[in-house]
Write a protein that binds this ligand. Structure first.
Ligand code: ATP
Length: 329
């Protein structure tokens, strides 16, 4: 076990609800043990520019219920170059940091590995609403984002039912469909289009809507993952083919904000404190992960080599109902 005196914390990539409670957990646990915490602003950009501040216990007051990140976040392309990674490592050395905890998604983890190659001890905490990281079953922010999307879809259902429309809802997730799949299943969507699956528009969407109409359904919800393409294009195709008015809602950044859910707050505490323990126990960079439902860790370079695939059990459940995505409600 190493004795830690000073650690750095940064958040990078897209913000995710759960980052703030995680920062709080790390700071609270660290300060209780006499370890001082340095907040690094705007991810790797702050590391390059030495944009830092002392993270005291009082600086993290009230963060359990705050979305976003008090450390700010940014995408910093320069950090992909070794020259800037060396600069980042020099900042850590200059500040006397015994290690850095980096919260973010896949890209953030690759940046953390690059920093570790420059001799800095780093631990990554998975935090992205996309839940698209191969090394972990869960990333901070996913649950809150699903709940936000679900709440919006429930509201769209009310107005869609009244106007007898097709509601086409585009959800985030970048190139991954986890958010769309989970939300679509929870919302009881008629159809869900995912980037991981080839889209058979006739069978997966039009046929389902037509079958629903025969049964007297006047309202349909179609969830589209942003990685599939523009919802407006699909809405036009639905309207042209079925004659039913189709309205588009792009949920966009509202999915990133909001009060973190109970799951995200609790996971944030668990992951944050585990990250601190990893900093103390290891000399090799680590990734905090959830595997088989439990908190765990593995070497960061291994974590970065893992690829996430779509939850087949969940897809299968959807397919078993009737063809693809058909719900008898
Ligand atoms: P999200 O999933 O929310 O988008 P992310 O962490 O995957 O989060 P990215 O924009 O891919 O977001 O990456 C965040 C930052 O990590 C980048 O702006 C860059 O600073 C750093 N980064 C990404 N890839 C690398 C790399 N290969 N080498 C060094 N740094 C990287």
């Amino acid at each position: 076990m190493k004795t830690l005196k000073r650690i750095g914390i940064l958040t990078s990539g897209g913000d995710a609800p759960g980052m703030n409670p995680c920062i709080r957990a790390i700071v609270r646990a660290a300060t209780a043990e006499g370890i001082s915490c340095i907040g690094i602003r705007r991810g790797y950009a702050g590391l390059i520019n030495s944009d830092i501040f002392e993270l005291s216990n009082s600086a993290v007051d009230g963060l359990t219920k705050q979305g976003g990140t008090i450390l700010y976040t940014a995408r910093c392309d320069e950090f992909r170059q070794e020259e800037y990674q060396k600069k980042g490592a020099a900042t850590c050395k200059h500040l006397g940091l015994d290690g850095v905890i980096a919260l973010g998604g896949d890209g953030t983890f690759r940046g953390a590995e690059a920093l570790s190659r420059q001799g800095v001890m780093v631990v990554g905490v998975p935090a992205t609403i996309d839940n698209d990281m191969g090394c972990t079953e869960y990333t901070l922010g996913f649950d809150t984002a699903c709940n936000t999307a679900l709440d919006a879809i429930d509201k769209l259902r009310d107005t869609g039912q009244s106007h007898e429309r097709v509601s086409v809802v585009e959800v985030m997730g970048r190139n991954a469909g986890h958010l769309a799949l989970y939300t679509g299943l929870a919302a009881g969507a008629s159809a869900v289009l995912l980037p991981e699956r080839p889209v058979n528009f006739e069978k997966d969407v039009l046929e389902v809507i037509r079958r629903g109409c025969i049964r007297g359904r006047r309202h349909h919800i179609v969830v589209i993952a942003e990685g599939v393409g523009h919802a407006t294009t699909y809405a036009k195709r639905i309207q042209d083919a079925t004659g039913i008015e189709a309205r588009v809602t792009v949920l966009g950044y509202i999915q990133r904000g909001g009060v973190p859910s109970a799951r995200d707050r609790a996971s944030a505490g668990l992951m944050g404190v585990h990250a601190l323990d990893c900093l103390r126990r290891y000399d090799e960079a680590q990734a905090v992960v959830i595997q088989k439902g439990d908190i765990a860790h593995l070497p960061l370079h291994e974590a970065n080599g893992m690829v996430r695939s779509l939850d087949e059990t969940m897809s299968t459940i959807c397919n078993r109902v009737d063809g693809s995505w058909y719900w008898d409600r």
